[in-house]
Design a protein around this ligand. Structure first.
Ligand SMILES: [Zn+2]
Length: 474
């Protein structure tokens, strides 16, 4: 085979498209380029020393299969959305079967067309690469972040709301173990320390995030979890970087200058009063907690996976399993960067430029990842299984104990800076652990609230989260 065509096949198939889609550190870019150059060397060694035509064709078919997968996002755009149709077969295994099919087609083409088929496959890959680079929504320009120009007004009174996704409530299913009792105790001490009300028997009306939160922020406490579609509070997002878009937000309508710190799950930033929209992203700089592997390897695997190829996803999962890298996605990165997020919020509070700072964090969501020292543990994260309920409860407890500890240090700093007196804050969750369908597992939430004048109080009466939020904030 012509040497130029042979090397062109390599360069096109191993084109690191995700380097162009996402904003990566120059060091990550350089390391990736070095890996590709080393690959060119091995590619040519194979050309020189592999004499068996069958082996040579098999190698080329493999490179082309990688190329086909690399230019499309089959794993994220097709396999994950249809994962339930393949159940109980593991989605990574299905991905592997897809790669095998690409390999077999390439091998057949090479054999039948005597390398002319290579040009057909290469043309397909080039067209897909151009489409993906130019027209796909996987471009960081579509990331929802923005910062509007603000009048330099200083708000004397500020409100801070933390929606901690899946954080189990006081006296919930997670509170029945020794660790859980420790959390309940710590939460009471926390509420006492900052003069807040803590709700011991509070339940969300709906079990799902896309029901619970839109109802909450629209002061809606009718029994309508299943009819929410007609209310136009929320829709499925057509932006690659979000799952849902909040359309209506009566809570936000009450403020003038809002800073939103959100996760990929829900975009709150469409409301016109939002002046700063800041969404967690693995491509931004954070100081990760001790134990979190914020390394070149995690970054490269994270970006490769994020672009959605099968090979990227299988590699990402394999390195996680070997405990050689950590996950920035699916709550991992948000757990690792929570302390960093609190520092960001502190800076925003100091400016007094916002009357509302609204946080939606997945740091308390499964898979769980903190250990007993509140260090991040990739092993705990990867071994998480909701089938092992005792372990899941343990994970929830470690995580909520650690997150509360980080919040405590944060509020201590606010007290020192005399910011607490001018602050109304609320820490709540949208649902419980959801390990069982019963009320103490799925529906029991956390709610700690301090307004400008309140004193510590333990509210034992049974309450509805959305109704209580409406009473306090509407
Ligand atoms: Zn949730």
């Amino acid at each position: 085979m012509n040497l130029i065509l042979y090397n062109l096949i390599y360069l096109i198939c191993f084109f690191p498209i995700w380097l162009f889609a996402f904003p990566l550190d120059i060091n990550v870019i350089l390391i990736t380029l070095v890996i590709i150059v080393v690959g060119v060397f091995f590619h040519n060694i194979i050309n020189k020393y592999v004499e068996s035509k069958i082996l040579f064709n098999a190698y080329l078919a493999l490179v082309l299969a990688f190329g086909i997968d690399n230019c499309m996002s089959i794993f994220s755009d097709f396999l994950i959305p249809n994962a339930s149709n393949f159940a109980p077969v593991n989605v990574y295994l299905i991905g592997f079967v897809f790669l095998l099919i690409f390999f077999a087609i390439n091998l057949f083409l090479l054999k039948k067309t005597n390398y002319k088929g290579v040009l057909i496959v290469l043309s397909f890959i080039i067209a897909s690469l151009i489409y993906s680079l130019k027209f796909s929504d996987k471009n960081f320009e579509n990331f929802p972040d923005f910062k509007k120009t603000m009048v330099n007004y200083k708000y004397e009174k500020m409100t801070l709301v933390f929606v901690m996704d899946q954080m189990a409530g006081i006296n919930s299913d997670a509170s029945k173990s020794e660790l859980g009792k420790k959390f309940d105790e710590n939460a009471l001490i926390f509420a006492k320390k900052y003069g807040a009300k803590i709700y011991e028997n509070i339940y969300t009306q709906c079990p799902m995030t896309f029901q619970s939160i839109p109802k909450l922020i629209n002061f809606d406490y009718a029994k309508n979890c299943d009819e929410l579609e007609n209310l136009n509070y929320i829709e499925k997002s057509n932006n690659f970087f979000n799952e849902y878009l909040i359309l209506k937000n009566r809570f936000f309508d009450k403020f003038n200058s809002i800073a939103v710190l959100q996760s990929y799950h829900m975009n709150f930033c469409k409301n016109e009063n939002v002046k700063i929209c800041d969404q967690y992203s693995q491509f931004k700089k954070y100081d990760y907690v001790k134990g979190f592997k914020d390394t070149f390897l995690s970054k490269i695997l994270g970006a490769w996976k994020h672009h959605g190829s099968i090979s990227g996803n299988i590699s990402w999962r394999a390195f996680l399993t070997l405990n050689l890298s950590d996950s920035y996605e699916q709550s991992g990165g948000e757990k690792g960067s929570f302390v960093s997020l609190l520092k960001k919020i502190e800076k925003k509070l100091i400016t007094q430029n916002h009357d509302l700072i609204f946080v939606h964090s997945l740091s308390t969501h499964n898979p769980y990842g903190f250990n007993d020292k509140c260090e991040y543990s990739g092993k705990r994260y990867i071994n998480y299984s909701s089938n092992d309920q005792l372990e899941a409860i343990k994970g929830q407890n470690y995580d909520r104990i650690c997150i509360l500890k980080f919040l405590d240090s944060f509020f201590e700093r606010l007290t020192e800076k005399k910011l607490l007196n001018n602050l109304e804050f609320m820490i709540l969750s949208d649902h419980g652990t959801r390990l069982k369908p019963d009320k103490d597992s799925t529906f029991k939430t956390i709610l700690i609230h301090k307004d400008f004048y309140s004193k510590f109080e333990k509210v034992e009466e049974k309450k509805i989260l959305q109704k209580t939020f409406s009473k306090l904030m509407n």
